[in-house]
Design a protein around this ligand. Structure first.
Ligand SMILES: Cc1cc2nc3c(=O)[nH]c(=O)nc-3n(C[C@H](O)[C@H](O)[C@H](O)COP(=O)(O)OP(=O)(O)OC[C@H]3O[C@@H](n4cnc5c(N)ncnc54)[C@H](O)[C@@H]3O)c2cc1C
Length: 319
């Protein structure tokens, strides 16, 4: 088929997107787990305007749409994702007084580095967390007792009915690894994070210290999505949470494996793609881990990693 007839074959909702839209685009390589089948349609959005235009056109045509950030907290179905996957690559970061404005497709690591370069302190806790700024806001990403909700001043979202609204952190309803984005179907377009002037060497040292600690616990050589299950909220526990990894370790999870999916040897709450894993392997392993903790402690683990795409009849998916 020639390029011009290919263009003519595009549905009407894709008008104006033809330069970059692709069909049957395999998504696995875009995720940190390196697992997942094709999107019917794939569109990389390079700016916030591009993102809004693509989302608006697809929503108006009533086609299912899925937003992908940096793919570090998702497990994509072996059968892929029906409809359109929009890949957020709007990456601009600018300084505004003692705050940093960030488009949602910028990497959180780029925002941390920019804060260091600008000698602004407050973002060091996010050092070494994978993913985009939008993904971090969506899931209230965090570590070492701090999370995105602690530093956000405002968030620009696209609502489900297509309006752009500037919302406050209070309106985002942040809780542990959660925001209102999922239930409201808000897309994070950009945000402003509030920081304080700091000393560059101290900021650099803190970033290096945190990255050093993380390197001893998380795999850098094997594909993973970080912690697979959320910690269990318990006001009587130290820091208000029981680490899921502690329970998993106690039930022998580190020796569990299904196909190409295995539990990481240094951290019982991390599933790695040890080679050729499918989404079905990972789902089956996760179900085995959950079952072991339920049988031993009567505690239900909930997935932090989000399953996206077509249902897999061959494996149990937690909703
Ligand atoms: C090795 C490793 C270590 C990790 N350590 C941590 C950690 O310490 N703390 C932590 O919190 N997380 C951690 N994670 C998980 C991950 O880094 C975060 O959840 C990250 O914020 C996900 O961002 P993302 O852009 O990759 O999102 P994706 O995986 O692309 O998407 C995740 C979900 O967010 C939605 N989404 C993405 N962008 C937007 C947007 N702009 N608007 C609305 N919805 C959106 C997607 O639709 C999807 O449902 C780790 C991951 C890895 C691989």
């Amino acid at each position: 088929m020639s390029a011009s007839s290919e263009t003519r074959a595009l549905p009407s909702w894709a008008r104006g997107l033809e330069a970059k839209i692709e069909r049957d685009f395999v998504l696995g390589p875009l995720t940190t787990l390196k697992v997942g089948g094709p999107a019917d349609w794939y569109y990389p959005a390079e700016s916030v305007d591009d993102l809004v235009r693509a989302l608006t056109q697809v929503n108006q045509a009533d086609i299912p749409v899925t937003l992908l950030g940096d793919g570090s907290n998702v497990l994509i179905s072996d059968r892929g994702i029906r409809g359109v996957v929009i890949h957020n690559r709007a990456k601009e970061i600018t300084r505004d007084g003692n705050s940093l404005f960030s488009e949602s497709g910028a990497l959180l690591s780029a925002l941390v580095e920019r804060s260091r370069v600008e000698s602004l302190t407050g973002l060091e806790f996010a050092s070494g967390i994978y993913g985009s700024v939008g993904g971090a806001v969506y899931g209230n990403a965090g570590a070492y007792g701090k999370s995105m909700e602690d530093i956000l001043l405002w968030i620009d979202v696209l609502t489900a009915d297509g309006n752009r609204e500037k919302v406050t952190p209070d309106q985002m309803g942040f809780t542990y690894r959660k925001s209102r984005c999922r239930e409201k179907r808000w897309v994070v377009l950009s945000c402003l994070v509030g920081l304080q002037p700091g000393e560059q060497q101290a900021i650099t040292d803190e970033i290096n210290r945190i990255i050093g600690i993380r390197a001893t616990k998380l795999p850098s050589d094997l594909p993973s999505a970080g912690s697979y299950f959320k910690n269990i909220e318990d006001p009587t526990a130290e820091h208000g949470k029981i680490p899921a990894g502690k329970l998993l370790e106690a039930v022998g999870a580190k020796s569990m494996r299904v196909g190409g999916a295995a539990v990481y040897e240094k951290h019982a709450n991390v599933i790695v793609n040890a080679g050729g894993a499918t989404a079905a392997d990972i789902l089956k392993l996760a179900a085995q881990m959950r079952r072991a903790v339920r049988d031993e402690y009567g505690i239900e683990l909930h997935s932090e990693v989000r399953f996206l795409g077509e249902h897999q009849p061959d494996a149990e998916v937690e909703s």
